[in-house]
Ligand binder design. Structure first.
Ligand code: ARG
Length: 469
């Protein structure tokens, strides 16, 4: 049973004859994970304390005493000299308790006109605003690694695939930048989520605002928020911003899993397109010959975990009545976990991609089979006036015959009345890729402008990022 002392230390003890049972505290306590919000909690409290001064609730002297105590608590948390007590249910309780220990009686005024409901919403928004910037920085690093490999690849081409079957040749740089553009959209989504969450809930109180002369707008400005809440019920219960941020990083993780999967495939003996750097690959405890693409696999695996975190949060939010409900405490662990995991994944994947070596010759050889020029042969017939459906059928027939009879496709093309020697050059090495020249296409002519656009886009995103730092 909790002692009377512990009872006196809860934030709500006045109403209760007995303190909380251990079983309740064990379920309720969130300190282990919301400690992470300590710096934001102190920032939020500082803004609130200044608001209390403006409202005439604190004297200048009292304000100074509380701010000084908050500074000290912040320092103690940074240098790990802060001692948590068993009664510290969450970071808000711990900070307030310590402020009161340091500042004395005046500490009891800190929570005037405020609830942990608007406090936690404020903390989490401050945290998420900053966390998003961190993720974007890591994405930019991966985009740079893709760009570096794309530049080094020069005019190397490989088969592009559909259904994982060789389809048409594309430049390796084009293939790499396909991943890069997806990452640009992820950055955009993250900034977009950040713009929408940039609203201060401080001043909403428990759910309905305050009878005291507090000014939420001044608090918002002081905390660097772009706007203030319009509805106090919404302010304390809205977790859209967590869900939206988690969707953006889950989508990012899904993109990373696709890149990871290709690295896994490309590192197989069957493909042999990439040689993993020793320090970014793992061995087998039993089979001495193995060199495993564990980074790609972990990235692939973690995307599943992030999808779980996102759907878990949405399930928590579903059908919650207004306004604050304790269920909302379940928002933090999935968010923190998703942020941590995607950070690890981005960092490792960037290293893996940057350090690995592509086998350009093998890629080219895989793309230089005559069959990958089949579409070009059909388009050759189209240029001679044949309807595409007929041309498709003619070339399909030649490929079928070549496979069935074991006759080289070139021979059949040469002997064909509508194709003949004029069409033979289409089967030469490196020709098919040159011909994909429309905007955004996979050949060298189209790639130049694409590269320019990509470099400009990454540069603009980098500028947005450094502005948000
Ligand atoms: N630890 C709580 C959370 O994360 C803080 C809010 C508690 N509010 C309350 N009414 N019990 O949501």
């Amino acid at each position: 049973m909790p002692t009377g002392d512990e009872h006196a230390q809860t934030l709500w003890h006045g109403r209760f004859e007995r303190g909380p049972a251990d079983a309740l505290m064990a379920l309720s306590v969130s300190l282990a994970f919301d400690q992470r919000l300590a710096a934001d909690d102190i920032r939020g409290s500082r803004a609130h304390v200044r608001g209390l001064l403006r409202a005439g609730i604190l004297t200048a002297e009292e304000e100074r005493a509380i701010l000084k105590a908050l500074d000290q608590v912040g320092q103690e948390l940074v240098d790990s000299s802060f001692t948590f007590e068993p009664s510290d249910e969450d970071i808000h309780t711990a900070v307030e308790r310590r402020v009161t220990e340091i500042a004395g009686k005046v500490g009891a005024k800190l929570h005037t006109g405020r609830s942990r409901n608007d406090q936690i919403a404020t903390d989490l928004r401050l945290f998420t605003k900053r966390a998003i910037v961190g993720v974007v920085g890591r994405i930019l690093d991966l985009q740079q690694a893709l760009l570096d490999q794309a530049t080094a690849a020069d005019n190397t081409y490989l088969p592009g695939y559909t259904h994982l079957q060789r389809a048409q040749p594309v430049l390796l740089s084009h293939h790499l930048l396909a991943h890069g553009w997806a990452l640009s959209r992820d950055i955009d989504r993250l900034f977009d989520a950040r713009r929408r969450l940039d609203v201060s809930p401080l001043g909403a109180g428990a759910l309905a605002g305050s009878s005291l002369d507090l000014d939420p707008e001044l608090c918002a400005a002081e905390l660097g928020f772009a706007a203030t809440f319009d509805n106090s019920l919404d302010a304390v219960s809205d977790r859209d911003f967590v869900a939206e941020t988690m969707f953006a990083i889950t989508m990012l993780a899904v993109h990373l899993s696709r890149l990871g999967e290709e690295i896994i495939l490309w590192a197989t003996d069957e493909f042999g397109f990439i040689e993993l750097a020793d320090d970014f690959a793992t061995g087998s405890s039993m089979m001495p010959q193995k060199k495993n693409p564990d980074i790609g696999e972990l990235v692939r695996g973690k995307s599943g975990r992030l999808i779980g975190n996102l759907t878990g949060l949405l399930a928590t939010l579903k059908a919650l009545p207004l306004a604050y409900n304790r269920d909302l405490q379940e928002d933090k662990e999935p968010l923190f976990d998703s942020l941590d995991q995607v950070d690890l994944a981005l960092h490792a994947l960037t290293g893996l991609l940057g350090e690995s070596t592509f086998d350009y010759e093998r890629m080219k050889a895989a793309a230089d089979t005559p069959e990958v020029a089949a579409t070009d042969l059909a388009e050759f017939l189209v240029s001679r006036g044949m309807p595409f459906r007929d041309a498709h059928s003619v070339v399909g027939g030649l490929v079928r015959e070549s496979v069935r009879e074991g006759v080289p496709l070139a021979e059949l093309v040469e002997d064909h009345g509508s194709l003949g020697v004029d069409a033979l050059h289409l089967l030469e090495e490196g020709v098919a890729v040159q011909r994909r020249r429309t905007r955004g296409g996979g050949g060298p002519e189209a790639f130049g402008p694409q590269l320019e656009r990509y470099v400009a886009r990454v540069g603009a995103d980098r500028a947005r990022w450094s502005e948000a730092l």
